[in-house]
Design a binder for this molecule. Structure first.
Ligand code: C2O
Ligand code: CU
Ligand code: CU
Length: 463
């Protein structure tokens, strides 16, 4: 309460009252969202003629898509009914350390954990959730644990466009339908460890080669999540140029027309598909060959294009195309002159700065609210997609070439013998944040480090 309110002149009181309502409005509008997720073994039919024993969130593969709005206060009541420890990591979301689901907060079999976080303003975008237990992330994701998160803005410039969500992943199965997870010392196990595990069956939302319907003239907004352990998709839709509108952390300032889009594992893209075909046409979304491998272990089939889904034009007469805004939103600039430290990360095969992950070691000690520049240098002949927890960053340049426009990212694919630089501000949450290669086999074998963001004068985050 405002003290001595009655003593104030009437007009001043009114102004105050209006101000208080304005201030309170966003808080009153905040929704409280409660979600219940249980991870448990399940049996589902994933490949024709067999059932597969997998792990699933709420019995579904992929797990349920969670939709939030900026400002939502979210509680996820999680229960682990798996036979092993797990976590849920909210990949890309800016949230408190205790809700990050990193290896520091394992949930034992039979236990529950509440992930509590507020969806930050300006973070509308496409994210995903997946387990992150020590050494077992790749295994549990291969067993089927991942799902999509969509964060919506109240003033979405693309509101009204029909939306499609594509959660893309690959997997490998034995003849009996079981998930093929070779022992680590077999030839396939060794190849998986080197390349990251890839599979010949490609799923879009848990289905093989699904169909999306479009009417001629229609404009659709597609959100793509690459939930694969290692496979990179070079997406192309023959006869269609794509309008790239967003990346990991949401929309760009302006749409960008492209012929194809490379989506490294763990990355997300948003693009508009314009139905420029004719009624009855059928086109296939393809993954064109992308050479991320060292020649010695490159799979023999690497240069075969893959088919992901069919886009089927309805027979309806063309529709008048929706207009696409020229400006999508403002993406604030992270000012390089404010950077107070430069961090060099040298990637070799399986290691960062010559070291394997040690949960008791801090690799980067930083202070809350600092802005820093990270330079990721890849010394080897294989791409490594580099991911940072906790904070979205902006890529400054790749191989010295300035990034053509600003966007929020949490993964940057660092190509073989290449370099990427990004700028990041540890704006809000102290804690121990992982950074790692998102090829899951590399991550699980220790290609990971810890950024400790602390508040001056306070002890750093407890484990
Ligand atoms: Cu999507 Cu630390 O991971
Ligand atoms: Cu993450
Ligand atoms: Cu790697």
């Amino acid at each position: 309460m405002v003290p001595n309110r009655r003593a104030m002149p009437l007009r001043c009181g009114l102004v105050l009252c209006v101000l208080m309502v304005l201030w309170a409005a966003p808080i009153l509008a905040q929704r409280r969202i409660e979600v219940t997720l249980t991870a448990a073994p399940a049996r589902l039919s994933l490949v024709p003629g067999a059932t597969t024993e997998l792990f699933a969130y709420n019995g579904r593969f992929p797990g349920p898509t969670l939709e939030f709005r900026e400002g939502d206060r979210v509680t996820v009541h999680f229960r682990n009914d798996l036979p092993e420890p797990t976590t849920i990591h909210w990949h890309g979301l800016n949230l408190p350390f205790a809700a990050d689901g990193s290896p520091f907060h394992p949930v034992a079999p039979g236990e529950t954990y509440d992930y509590v976080f507020t969806i930050q303003p300006g973070t509308a975008g496409t994210y995903w959730y997946h387990p992150h237990p020590h050494h077992r992330t790749g295994y549990q994701i291969a067993k089927g644990l991942y799902g999509a998160v969509i964060v919506r803005a109240t003033d979405d410039p693309l509101r009204g466009l029909p939306e499609k969500l594509l959660v893309i992943s690959d997997n490998r199965f034995a003849a009996d339908g079981s998930i093929d997870l070779p022992a680590s010392l077999t030839p396939t196990g060794i190849a998986d460890r080197e390349n990251g595990r890839e599979g010949d069956v490609i799923f879009v939302n848990g289905a093989v080669m699904p169909t999306i319907a479009i009417r001629a003239g229609e404009v659709q907004r597609w959100r793509v999540i690459n939930a694969s352990a290692a496979r990179v998709y070079r997406l192309a839709l023959p006869g269609h140029k794509l309008l790239h509108v967003g990346s990991d952390g949401g929309l760009f300032e302006r749409p960008v027309e492209v012929e194809e889009l490379v989506v490294a594992n763990a990355e997300r893209v948003e693009f508009l598909v314009r139905g420029t075909g004719s009624p009855g046409d059928r086109v296939v979304l393809q993954a064109l060959p992308y050479d991320r491998y060292i020649p010695q272990t490159r799979p023999a089939t690497w240069n075969q294009p893959r088919e992901l889904l069919a886009l089927q034009y309805t027979t309806k007469s063309p529709k008048r195309a929706a207009s696409i805004p020229a400006v999508l939103r403002h993406v604030p600039v992270l000012d390089t002159t404010q950077a107070t430290a430069r961090r060099l990360m040298v990637l070799t095969q399986g290691m960062i700065n010559g070291q394997l992950m040690d949960p008791d070691r801090i690799d980067v000690a930083a202070i809350l609210d600092a802005t820093e520049i990270w330079e990721i240098e890849n010394l080897v002949g294989m791409d490594h997609p580099f991911h940072l927890h906790g904070f979205q960053f902006q890529v400054l340049d790749r191989n010295g070439v300035p990034e053509p426009f600003r966007s929020w990212k949490d993964v940057v694919n660092v190509p073989k013998h290449g370099t990427a630089r990004f700028i990041v501000r540890y704006a809000n949450f102290p804690g121990k944040w992982m950074f790692h290669c998102h090829i899951l086999d590399h991550e699980d074998h220790g290609m990971m480090g810890i950024l400790d963001v602390s508040v001056p004068g306070q002890r750093s985050a407890k484990r």
